[in-house]
Design a protein around this ligand. Sequence first.
Ligand code: AMP
Length: 396
Amino acid sequence: MNVLVINAGSSSLKYQLMNPETGDVTAKGLCERIYIDGRLTHKVGDKKVVKEIPMPTHSEAISAVLDILQDAEHGVIKSVDEIDAVGHRVLHGGMKFSDSCIIDDACIKAIEDCIPLGPLHNPANLMGIRACQAVMPGKPQVAVFDTAFHMTMPPKAYRYAIPAEYYENDDIRRYGFHGTSHKYIARRVAALLGKNEFKLVNCHLGNGSSLSAVKDGKCMDTSMGLSPLAGVPMGTRSGDIDACVVQFICNKYGMSVDECLNMLNKKSGVLAISGVSSDFRDLEDGAANGDEKCQLALDKFCYEVAKYVGSYTAALNGIDILTFTAGVGENGPETRQAICDYLGFMGVKLDPEKNKVRGKEMCISTPDSSVQVWVVPTNEELMIAQDTAELVNAAK
Ligand code: AMP
C-alpha cells in the first residue's frame, strides 16, 4: 500500500510517499512559498531536485507534487492510481476527535468548527485537504489530529481551574499536542516491552517540546494545553507562565494581547534566556565555551523537564519506562544526562556509554535502574500513514 502523507502549513506543504507496513519512504519533499511564487524540493533516496514552480494556491502545490511523483526522471510511480490513500496532519481536533477520521463533509465541517482553537494551523490543513480533493477526486483521505491521542485524559488533567462556563460554552481546556508522536512512541514501547500494560513518561524534546504521561497505552496527562505554548520552555516558546506577566507587560509597554502572545511564542524560551539561539546545538557550543546565558538556558530547560517527569511519576503512582524522542531527545546525550541527574531519587540510572547514542533506538539505563530509560526516534509520518491505512482498509 502507498500512502501520501501531507502536512500543509499556510505557505508550505511537506509530503512523504510511504509504505505503512514497512515504513519505507519512496519519496519525500517540500513545497515552499505557496501564494508567493513556489518552490518544490523533492528527494528520492540521496537524490535531491529543486524546482521553481508557480504555486498560486495549495492546489498547484499538490499538482506539482503529483507531477514530480510521476515524472520520468525524478518520479517513483507511473500513475496517481498507485497512491492508495492520503493522510493529512491536522493540528486541532478540539473535543470532536478522539481518533483519526476518514475525510468526508462532516469531518471537514468539524475541522472548520475547530478553527477558533487552532486559528493558524487548521485553515492551512483544510487548504491541503481541499487541494487534494480537487486534484485527486474520490481518493480516500484521512485526517490525523495532533490532539487526538490526548483525549483519554481524565477531567482532573484536562480541566482548567477557571469558571466552568468557559469549558461548557467555549471548550476551553487542556488539549495537548504532538499527539501523533506520543502515540507512536507509546506503540513502539508496547512492541519493545512485548506488553500493553506499562506506565510511561515520554519526553518529546525538539524545537517544540511536550511530555505525556501514558498508562496502558492511554494518555493520562500532557504538558501542552489549549495551545502549544504551555508546558516546558521550548526553542522560542516560554512554556508555562503566570497570566499576570501578560497583564504587566501589556500595561507597561502598551502591547496588545496578541503582540504579547507573539512574543511568548516566538521570542521566548531558550532563545530568550540565552540571547543566542533557539537551537540546542548552538546552546551546547556556547555553554562549552563558557557562555553563562547558554548554560542557564540549558539548565532551565532540563530543570523544567525533570520537574514534569517528577510530577507525572507522582500522577501515575510510579513509572516503568521513560523515553526521549525528537531532535533534542534523540540527539542530546548531555541534555538527557542533565534531566536524569534530577531523577536519581526515584532510582533512575543512566549508562554513560549507552547514553552516547544519537538518533537510534536504544535502552540507555543500567540494568539496576528502577526505570528503563530509552531513546526512541519518533516517526510522525509513519503514524499518520498507519492510521490512514487502518481506517481506509476498515472502510473497504
Ligand atoms: P525537532 O523540532 O524535533 O526537529 O528538533 C530540533 C532541535 O533538535 C534543535 O534545537 C536542534 O538543535 C536539536 N538537535 C538536532 N540534532 C541535534 C544534535 N545532534 N545534538 C543536539 N541537538 C540536536
